[in-house]
Ligand binder design. Structure first.
Ligand SMILES: C[S@@+](CC[C@H](N)C(=O)[O-])C[C@H]1O[C@@H](n2cnc3c(N)ncnc32)[C@H](O)[C@@H]1O
Length: 404
């Protein structure tokens, strides 16, 4: 059976309770459709490093190309014409975020020491100097080990509120009490067997129970970068740990409220928001980022706006009708460029209906670290609108219909 590529601008996946949308878009262009609807925007843009970033991924379930089954694909570039151009980009991004927020909404801008000072001035300008809330230092052990200066071991997250008031619940993010902070205190046990520490300062006695929650300040040392083998790792460079996003989201949002990320990369913000029962809205300019984020969120009620490719590729797919059900079997997909071929090229595939350019999935199969193989068959109720969707390891989405 022959299949041909057809245009599709959007995909809808009906799934869990959490609603989310991922859009291939330039984050500097305001999403007016969502203006004033978002409670928290977190943005982790390129840091003006001058570098290029990649996605490293395992491909397929078997070895290919001389025994290698991993692939490195360009993800995004952080090269700017000039520092001024980068600042203009940042300013537009900050303004886009501002437009999305409701009056109680808050903004987090994640940068490193290269541009954080300039970004503070830009944020002051857009949000107002008196709407600055915190400069958070995310301190970590990983990173460079230069001896020519003090090695850089922190990022900076600027925190602003849009309106006069914001809702903030520090108690939503308790942390573990660090043992070294209480060593110098006297350790006692109360009548209920609870251990506590005391210290006298300025003539006043302070009592701290060991099992009392403690809360973070503006220097975060308890969240590490993702380790090589961390199951969260998608292979997308510069992916941030979920725990960091949870720390940002929890104090400022309630379940059901919307969290946005304008440079979503691998989708860590959406993954954290969904896990906490918040809706999410994410954009990225890289198709590979949109598809990486999509793969992490296919269990949600998800809309993905990513135009399908019309590049003259081919797929080999069988389709058999059994009563009211159609069964599709994906055998291969081919396209210009890239090493991966056959079904190794496919990262996920789905069957569903295509109407007015919108593909609505009935059944989806994604590779994962735990289950690297794609489902060989997918079924759906027989439909004249039946279509097959493939997202490939190079960041391309394609939609196919049968030529009867
Ligand atoms: C540091 S990464 C984000 C990583 C992300 N926080 C994560 O955890 O995976 C920066 C992202 O910004 C995206 N980006 C760069 N310019 C953009 C623009 N104008 N609009 C939207 N996204 C952009 C890049 O494609 C890249 O995915």
């Amino acid at each position: 059976m022959r299949f041909v590529q057809v245009p599709s601008h959007r995909e809808v996946i009906h799934g869990g309770k959490v609603r989310g949308r991922i859009i291939l878009a330039d984050g500097t262009e305001p999403l007016w459709e969502y203006a004033g609807t978002v409670k928290c925007v977190y943005v982790d843009p390129p840091f003006n490093t001058g570098g290029s970033f990649v996605m490293r991924q395992k491909v397929g379930e078997k070895d290919w190309a001389g025994g290698k089954s991993s692939l490195t694909v360009p993800a995004y570039s952080d090269r700017n014409e000039s520092r001024e151009a980068y600042h203009a980009f940042l300013r537009s991004l900050i303004y886009s975020a501002w437009t999305l927020l409701d009056e109680q909404g808050v903004f987090f801008l994640h940068l490193d020491p290269r541009e954080s000072a300039w970004a503070r001035i830009l944020c002051d300008d857009v949000f107002g100097e008196d709407h600055f809330v915190n400069e958070i230092i995310w301190s970590y052990q990983s990173g460079g080990r230069t001896t020519k200066r003090f090695p850089t071991k922190h990022d900076t997250i600027l925190f602003y509120r849009k309106g006069r008031d914001m809702r903030f619940d520090l108690k939503a993010v308790p942390i573990k009490r660090e043992d070294n902070r209480k060593n110098h205190m006297r350790r006692l046990v109360d009548e209920n067997g609870r251990t506590y520490r005391t210290i006298v300062s300025g003539g006043k006695m302070y009592v701290y129970y060991d099992d009392d929650p403690v809360y973070p300040g503006d220097v975060w040392t308890d969240i590490s970068h993702l380790q090589q083998k961390d199951p969260q790792r998608t292979g997308y460079d510069t992916q941030k740990p979920r725990a960091l996003l949870e720390r940002v989201i929890l104090p400022v949002t309630l379940p059901g409220e919307t969290v946005a990320d304008l440079c979503c990369g691998s989708g860590s913000t959406g993954a954290a928001a969904a896990g906490l029962g918040r809706s999410f809205l994410m954009t990225d300019i890289s198709p590979l980022a949109v598809l990486t984020a999509r793969r992490r969120l296919v269990d949600c009620e998800l809309t993905v706006d990513l135009p399908s490719a019309m590049d003259g590729g081919e797929i080999a797919c069988d389709c058999v009708r059994e009563g009211s059900v159609e069964r599709f079997c994906l055998k291969a997909c081919f396209s210009e460029g890239g090493k991966a071929a056959g079904t190794d090229r496919a990262d996920t595939w789905a069957v569903g209906e295509l109407k007015d350019g919108v593909f609505t999935a009935c059944s989806v199969s994604c590779r994962s670290k735990q289950k690297p193989a794609l489902a060989p068959y997918l079924e759906m109720p027989a439909s004249p609108y039946a279509a097959v969707e493939i997202t490939d390891v190079y960041g391309k989405r394609s939609v196919w219909t049968r030529v009867l």
